[in-house]
Write a protein that binds this ligand. Structure first.
Ligand SMILES: [Zn+2]
Length: 111
């Protein structure tokens, strides 16, 4: 049997459904509708929990701000330097590997 033509809930186009419960003319419209629902839900959540969301954003900003400030301090620079000194061999090895690779690449390009 054939279903009666329906109007797509998303775009308003007429279409012939392949099942009785089909609401959208295509997967694209279905996808768009789902996306819209999600963003609506997020909007609603924001409306209801404005203070909470703002608080969360503020907290996040404070935390990243704190990290940035810390990276400017001598303590951080010293610990970075100490880390480098402790792992000097490793970094030298890495640099050598990198140069070696760059050299090989150049030679390949030249030939
Ligand atoms: Zn549609």
């Amino acid at each position: 049997m054939e279903y009666k033509k329906k109007k797509c809930v998303q775009c308003g186009d007429k279409f012939t459904p392949t099942s009785g419960r089909q609401k959208y003319c295509s997967d694209i419209c279905k996808g768009n509708a789902v996306q819209l629902q999600t963003s609506n839900r997020q909007k609603k959540f924001y409306q209801k929990n404005k203070e909470l969301v703002k608080e969360r954003i503020k907290k996040h900003d404070e935390e990243t701000g704190y990290q940035k400030e810390y990276q400017k301090t001598d303590a951080f620079k010293r610990s970075k330097r100490r880390h480098y000194l402790n792992n000097k061999e490793y970094y030298h090895e890495k640099t050598r590997e990198y140069r070696e690779r760059a050299k090989n690449k150049n030679e390949q390009n030249n030939s």
